[in-house]
Each structure stands twice: as C-alpha cells, then as structure tokens.
Design a protein around this ligand. Structure first.
Ligand code: BGP
Length: 478
C-alpha cells in the first residue's frame, strides 16, 4: 500500500507554551514553566517563543498553502483562568475564539489539548497533580473550554503525555519541579492524571457536544538489548511503567492484575507505594467505555539492559551526541544499540517501533476505536543557507515512519491522521531553541518563517496522498 485514504489528516502540531510567547500579555497568569525557565541558571525561556500569539494568522495561511489540513494547538489554562482557580480572563477566551475561527477559515482543523505541561504556577506550587484539589480545578477549566469552544472544536485531548509529566518532573528531573528518581511520586501522579482525565472524558460526554475526545500518550517501544531473561524483564518493567499502566487505565478501565503486580514490584524496589482513592476506579471504568480515540506520540524506542545499581542519569539537552545516561533502580538501563542510529540528542531512530506499537494497541486494547499519530518528527540542527533549509534527514525520518503507518493500516489498525511535530520551529522544553523540528524554519530574532524542504515534501504528500521520496522535490528551484 502506497497511498493514504482521502480523509487522512496531514497535520502539524504545536503546544501553547512552546509557540505562543506573549507570556505577560492580555491578563495571562504564569504557569510552572515561566518560573522554571526564568531562574538565573536557565539559558532560555518562553517569553517570545515562536510568537504564535501574534503570528497565528500567518502560520495558518502557511499551513493552508502547504497542505497542512489539521493543527494541534493547546489551550493555556493560565490565559483562561490566570491563577488556575479564580476569575475567568475574557481576553484569554477571546484569543482562543479568534484562533479557532482562523483555523476553520483556513480549513486547518483544530485538535485541541487542554493541558500540555503548563499547569498554572499557583496550583503548581500547591503540589501540582499530587494535590487532588488540582483535579477539581482542572475540571472547572475543562468545562469552561468545552462551553466556549465546544461548538467548533471537534477533536479534544484531555492531557498531553502524562508519562512525560511524571518521568521528566519526578524521575529525570529535567522538567519542573526537577525531582529525581522519585518513582512512587511519579506513579501517584500518573494515577491522579488517569482519574482527572477520566473525569474530563465523562464530563465532555455528558455535555452533548458535536466532537470527539481522547488523550495523547507518548508510547515508546521497549526492546531487550539481548535474549537474556533479565534484559527481557528490564524491557517489560520499563514498558509497564511507561506504557501499559496508563493504557490499561484509559482503555481497559482498570489496571490489569499483571500491570498492578509489576508496578508494585517496581515500587517495592524503590521503597514506596501509591494510593487509589475510593471511587477512582469507577470513574476510570466509566471513561474507558466512552473514550473516542488514542493520540499517540512516537519519536523513538529504547533498548533495555538489566541493571541493579542505584539510579543515575544524564539528560543530553545540548545535542552533544553520546552523552545520555539512563539507569533506573528497580527497572533497568537504556543502552545504545549499535545497529540503530540516533539523533544528536541520542534518541534512537527506529521506525519499526511505531509499527509494533500500533499493532500492539490493536491486539491488547481492541476497543481503541481510532488512533491519531499526534506527534512524530526529528529534532535536527538545521542549516540556514540563503533562506533555504535542506532538511533531507528529517524527511527521511518522517517518510520511514509514514511507511510503517501505511503498513499498520494495511494490517488493520485504524490510523486516521498524522501530526508532524512541529508545524514551525518551537521552544524545546529542556533543550532550548537549537533543537528544531518544524516544517517552517523560524528565525527567532526576527520571527520570520521560511518553508524548509520538508514543507514542500509534506505538501506533495498531503495533496497526492502518495508517499513520495525526498528526491521527488526539487527544493532549490522552488
Ligand atoms: C513531546 C512533547 C512536545 C515536544 C516533543 C519533542 O514529548 O509533547 O511538546 O517537545 O516531545 O521533545 P523535545 O522538545 O524534548 O525534543
């Protein structure tokens, strides 16, 4: 199979904090990233980002011109409710009304995420998702969004990547609140997020609105580096905490017996536990019957080796290839696979992992209904030469992933769209501005946009639905 269905979405993805900038404009309150990235030791911040707050019309025109017919945006909670709990901010609501209308005007369908890592600072300081009150405040915010935008937005996601919130904030420490190796807190956060996600699904479904709702998970493949039983176990443990725990909650409506026992084993090795509160599982069970889709972010897979030492980690946030370290007590170590190339940020490039994950969803969660690839793309240090950016390695990366998506569709997986990360170059949370992903290059000094070779290639695919090669676009003559 070499072509996509006529209604397949070729979208571009963004997230409020990574693109909007204008962090102090029109009554927006601070979110946890404002404080975190404005500490004296931070080398970058989101104050300007890609200036989408002012340039969204231009970006949507570019989208239309380049065949991008869907856009993932997220709503900044602290633009709508500046302190997360109090008065609504009419100017924030007005901004998203204008943005959504502009998407629709350009035939770029909005796919809206309610929370993409940016909890309002006031709530973050009170414990973020470890504080169960945050959950109730989120549900109020979700209701406000459904009421104001639900007539026009037909695709909603509750959360983006709960695993990244837990792992990066509480295990690796490269997201706020920069806690390291606290697996019990990470598990508690994931459970709490599963409850509040489920509440939001149940709320949306009670409001009789004309769209669909799901969640976006990051789902990375976990493969043993060898055939040894202990390496296989390490891969299984990493898969259970990163993937299976929350997939079970979202689609089975429970933690299966094996998932629960495996999480308990990991927690015991890390001297901790987590609490399921009365009624939590009823809420989760109800939502699993109602969820409309799975949004799957997929960039990479990991190769696991058994490890029984203490946790140690180094986050490669600079693109200095070969500097990453990831070894987690009670789980295993992520090691390099000599047969698999990596990006400069040490992310293994393993497109087959996307295919395996899609087939696995179909097999293990047969009630999943449909999947959108909500993010996929390649972080790359683009060369800007006389207004041109030849990003052939990025095209190759995306092409290989799209080929595996076609194969998965052929094998019966219901994949309905692909949103490249990212639409334009954006702020990368823990890497700054030199890790670029966009179809459109952003000169962050002038905020001018330049279509990369990948943009022209993407346009051709979107228009013809055929998976063409990078050589089929003669960029220099365009
Ligand atoms: C996902 C996030 C995105 C984006 C992307 C690339 O986890 O949902 O917001 O940032 O990863 O990651 P990074 O910017 O760390 O390279």
């Amino acid at each position: 199979m070499n072509s996509f269905a006529g209604d397949f979405i070729f979208g571009g993805a963004t997230a409020a904090f990574q693109v909007e900038g204008a962090t102090k404009e029109d009554g927006r309150g601070p979110c946890c990233w404002d404080e975190y990235l404005n500490r004296p030791d931070s080398h970058f911040n989101g104050d300007k980002a890609s200036d989408f707050y002012h340039k969204y019309k231009e970006d949507l025109e570019l989208s239309r011109e380049f065949g991008v017919n869907g856009i993932r945006i997220s709503i900044s909670w602290s633009r709508i409710i500046p302190d997360g709990t109090g008065e609504l901010n009419p100017k924030g609501i007005d901004f998203y009304n204008r943005l959504i209308d502009e998407c629709i005007k350009n035939n770029v369908e909005p796919f809206v995420t309610l929370h993409h890592f940016d909890t309002p600072q006031a709530l973050f300081e009170k414990g973020d998702w470890l504080n169960r009150d945050t959950m109730e405040h989120f549900i109020r915010y979700a209701r406000v969004c459904f009421e104001h935008f639900g007539d026009r937005v037909k695709k909603w996601a509750t959360f983006n990547e709960p695993w990244s919130i837990a792992q990066n904030g509480y295990i690796i420490g490269n997201f706020p609140p920069s806690i390291r190796y606290d697996i019990p807190k990470a598990v508690q956060i994931m459970h709490n997020l599963m409850v509040v996600h489920a509440k939001a699904i149940n709320l949306y479904k009670s409001m009789d609105l004309p769209g669909e709702i799901g969640i976006v998970h990051t789902l990375e493949g976990k493969y043993p580096i060898s055939d040894k039983a202990e390496d296989k176990r390490a891969a299984y443990l990493d898969d259970t905490i990163a993937n299976k725990f929350m997939l079970d909650a979202c689609f089975k409506g429970e933690y299966s017996a094996d998932t629960f026992a495996t999480i308990q084993e990991i927690l015991a090795k890390n001297q901790g536990n987590f609490t399921i509160y009365d009624g939590d599982m009823d809420i989760i069970r109800e939502a699993a019957k109602k969820i409309d889709f799975l949004g799957m972010n997929h960039y990479s897979s990991h190769f696991l080796q058994a490890y029984d030492g203490e946790s140690k980690m180094h986050h490669n946030g600079t693109g200095e290839k070969g500097t990453s370290v990831f070894a987690l007590q009670g789980i295993g170590a992520r090691v390099s696979n000599p047969n698999v190339e990596t990006t400069d940020w040490d992310w293994p490039i393993f497109p087959q992992g996307m295919y395996d994950m899609l087939l696995r969803i179909k097999r293990d969660y047969p009630n999943y209904k449909k999947i959108y690839i909500a993010e996929n793309g390649m972080g790359y240090k683009d060369d800007f030469i006389n207004g041109k950016i030849n990003d052939t390695p990025r095209i190759e990366y995306i092409r290989k992933h799209l080929a595996y998506i076609l194969k998965a569709i052929e094998d019966g997986v219901n994949v309905k769209g692909y949103y490249v990360w990212s639409l334009m170059d954006v702020l990368s949370w823990s890497n700054g501005y030199n890790k670029r992903y966009g179809l459109f290059y952003v000169d962050f000094k002038t905020q001018q946009r330049y279509p990369k070779k990948s943009a022209y290639w993407f346009k051709k695919i979107s228009e013809t639905k055929q998976l063409i090669n990078s050589d089929d676009v003669n960029y220099w003559y365009l």
